[in-house]
Design a protein around this ligand. Sequence first.
Ligand SMILES: Nc1nc2c(ncn2[C@@H]2O[C@H](COP(=O)(O)OP(=O)(O)OP(=O)(O)O)[C@@H](O)[C@H]2O)c(=O)[nH]1
Ligand SMILES: [Mg+2]
Length: 201
Amino acid sequence: MIFGRSERGKPPVEPVTLKILVAGGFGVGKTTLVGAVSEIRPLRTEELLTEAGRPVDDTSGVETKNTTTVAMDFGRITLREDLVLYLFGTPGQERFWFMWDELSEGALGAVVLADTRRLEDCFAAIDYFERRAIPFLVGVNCFDGAARYPADDVRRALDLDDHVPLLMCDARDRESVKETLIGVVQHAMAQVAQRRQTVGT
Ligand SMILES: Nc1nc2c(ncn2[C@@H]2O[C@H](COP(=O)(O)OP(=O)(O)OP(=O)(O)O)[C@@H](O)[C@H]2O)c(=O)[nH]1
Ligand SMILES: [Mg+2]
């Protein structure tokens, strides 16, 4: 006897797939974040930082860092059985920024990672997403040894619009990263709904 799909129980769920960017300055923890949550072995494009790059590669604060992303990181996380995120980590160094336009194509939203010891390094990423109206939130990656500041102080220093969420996170911690990603999806969905409403009125 042949059973139809409905008789065998629930039909398989086709998940919605969303593209999320992970951006921010050099060495802020983008590759670490994608690696912490990805359920597939993340694709990385790391190259060794060399003596020749020393004048342009500012490793202050991340002195133990010996590689850098030259094209992108790629990972995947299933947030719910019907919701899958594809994560694209951008290269942090300015000399690789020509990749950003390609990577941001079709993105729902972005996480801008920030390190309070070098806040100015994420200004360019914030400008980039503001200009293109790509919804983003700021994740303050709380490095060991970095001073902790109240969220409002960081918001003010970054001159963030009131509607942009800011969260504290640890790029090495799966649960913390998951929370941050859920925050981006919720924020981006709210922005899309608001834009639709504005267009509809
Ligand atoms: N203590 C601590 N170290 C971290 C954290 N996130 C990253 N690191 C370390 O900081 C360094 C930089 O991390 P990456 O993930 O390579 O940074 P990135 O943003 O991908 O760097 P680029 O691709 O070169 O711009 C690595 O040595 C990590 O082990 C964190 O949350 N806490
Ligand atoms: Mg990287």
